[in-house]
Design a binder for this molecule. Structure first.
Ligand code: 5GP
Ligand code: ZN
Length: 108
């Protein structure tokens, strides 16, 4: 946990967010500035800076993130029309929040 991290604050309930899902290892909430009709963020509870900082022991959370994205896409009825799963990595890759997250974008 990082006290100054916006996503850690959301996970701890110290900052509001529109949650769609929570379990022991991850949360899903709406992106505050959506770039698609459905734009969700899939966020592990563990504070990991970016894909670059993943270690072997983080492998299970990655598969949980993708499996959860698939389920939520189904619930949101965007599976058939299609969606994007996206990681921005470090500043050159467009990352602005340095707590690992995967964008789920669709509904076009
Ligand atoms: P990045 O560019 O780091 O991959 O994406 C960060 C995303 O987090 C952006 O799409 C941005 O709109 C979203 N975001 C930034 N601050 C907040 C916030 O306080 N609440 C929510 N729900 N989303 C945020
Ligand atoms: Zn964090």
């Amino acid at each position: 946990m990082d006290n100054h991290c916006i996503f850690c604050q959301i996970i701890r309930g110290e900052r509001p967010a529109d949650f769609l899902y929570e379990d022991d290892s991850l949360v899903v909430f709406k992106d505050i500035r959506p770039h698609a009709p459905v734009h969700l963020l899939i966020v592990p509870k563990k504070h990991i800076r970016s894909v670059n900082d993943l270690t072997e022991e983080d492998s299970p959370i990655l598969s949980e993130m993708i499996m959860r994205a698939k389920e939520i896409a189904k619930e949101q009825a965007i599976s058939g029309s299609g969606y994007r799963l996206l990681f921005n990595i470090e500043r050159g890759g467009g990352q602005v929040i340095f707590h690992l997250h995967m964008h789920l974008m669709g509904g076009w």
